[in-house]
Ligand binder design. Sequence first.
Ligand SMILES: [Ca+2]
Length: 150
Amino acid sequence: MFPRFKCVYFVLIILRCLLFLVLYLLVAAEANTTDLNEMYGYILSPNFPEGYPSDSDITWNISVPLGFRIKLYFMHFDLEPSYLCEYDFVKSGAEQPLLFCGKERTDTEQTPGQQTIYSHGNTMSLTFQSDFSNEERFTGFKVHYAAEGE
Ligand SMILES: [Ca+2]
């Protein structure tokens, strides 16, 4: 009986290790999401204004009190240009989907330029992703957000 008991004990240790691994992965995945609940603030690309790193995947969830909407305004924007923004991009999960990349507006790329972006409700998410390489150094972005009464 003893060796069998030992085996069960061993399996329990392995299961416990797997549980810790799953918990660790969940925490690590959440680390790329930031919740912003202030009435106004800034969102910066990683290392701004130095070049942003490759393989970034960051999401900011902005939420303001009910009855307010969120106003976004990009003060700086410099991402690697690519056809239809398939390399590096900033996108918004708002009802009006936005996809930005590059340094200037072309047929296949869109930069935020001087436009002001509004959320439809009191929440809005912004995601920044970069691919595995940059052909040169790109400084990223700085965006200002603020709650505005509807
Ligand atoms: Ca890139």
